[in-house]
Design a binder for this molecule. Structure first.
Ligand code: FES
Length: 117
């Protein structure tokens, strides 16, 4: 059964086109807002563990600040280079809080990992 935990307050979430680092249950995450929607990705880049939450947004991607690998914020798939992946986690809003479900990083195919409204 899915277990939702508080990630941050909605007021603390990044503004449009921005990313931030945030922690939930000891796990470091990259929270991004693109096209008005929030996405939570694993914070550690698969290249050399750069902190994606210290990177930036380009189009629909989060760009790693260390060597500029980029990942689609919805699917976690890399745009540059090919065939890399970071986990993306389901989000939902509950009142003024943003909740995350850390047990099931997935949603790669159906795009269901973005914030549920
Ligand atoms: S550590 Fe992210 S691109 Fe190198």
């Amino acid at each position: 059964m899915a277990q939702w935990v508080r990630l941050c307050g909605m007021a603390e979430a990044p503004t449009e086109g921005n990313v931030m680092e945030v922690e939930a249950q000891g796990r470091s995450l990259c929270l991004a807002r693109i096209g008005g929607e929030l996405s939570a990705l694993d914070n550690w880049c698969p290249h050399r563990q750069g902190p994606l939450g210290q990177g930036w947004v380009e189009g629909n991607t989060v760009v790693c600040p260390w060597h500029a690998w980029s990942f689609d914020a919805r699917s976690g798939r890399s745009v540059f280079p090919d065939n890399e992946q970071v986990a993306v986690f389901p989000l939902k809003r509950e009142g003024d809080a943003l909740l995350i479900e850390l047990d099931t990083p997935a949603g790669i195919e159906d795009g269901s990992t973005r914030e549920q409204k």
